[in-house]
Write a protein that binds this ligand. Structure first.
Ligand code: NI
Length: 162
């Protein structure tokens, strides 16, 4: 078990566009396991590569009681978006703040999962929001960029974080 340090808002690494993962190998498996440990330790829903200083296109997510455990998505591509949903959102790299962000209600995403298999996932509501939030991280976009500025406010640290 390894807990990685989470990169915080203001760090330039959160603003970079990440490189695709070239190969699914033991290093990537180890990274996914460590990112999963870090996510669980921080009680978050999702954690993207640049948030632990790895400038690669991958993230891990775990929907907790609403999901089926820890998953990873490597080289994610959102190929379809529909509907709209406004909800409060936070980020492990921006501790203590949340804000309302409009996102697509449903997405279809392709990528490689934690077992190295190609997947096509249809998601809605919170999982769709998480996938959009984490994919944004891979392009240097943070939820604060998208949030309605008037809604950004301090949050209880135990509330939902991504
Ligand atoms: Ni985030």
């Amino acid at each position: 078990m390894a807990i990685l340090e989470i990169v915080k808002y203001g760090d330039p690494r959160l603003r970079e566009k990440c490189e695709p993962v070239a190969e699914f190998n033991d290093d990537i498996k180890k990274l996914i396991a460590d990112m999963g440990d870090t996510l669980h330790s921080a009680k978050g829903l999702g954690l993207a590569g640049p948030q632990v200083g790895v400038m690669k296109r991958l993230f891990v997510y775990d929907m907790g009681e609403d999901g089926d455990g820890l998953h990873a998505l490597i080289n994610p591509k959102i190929i379809k978006k529909s509907g709209s949903d406004v909800c409060y959102e936070g980020c492990l790299s921006v501790p203590g703040l949340h804000g309302e962000v409009e996102r697509a209600y449903k997405v279809t995403v392709t990528g490689i999962n934690e077992n190295g298999e190609p997947v096509r996932i249809k998601a809605q509501e919170l999982l769709a929001r998480c996938i959009q939030h984490e994919t944004d991280h891979l392009d240097g976009v943070i939820f604060m960029d998208l949030a309605d500025p008037e809604t950004i406010e301090p949050v209880d640290m135990d509330d939902a974080k991504k």
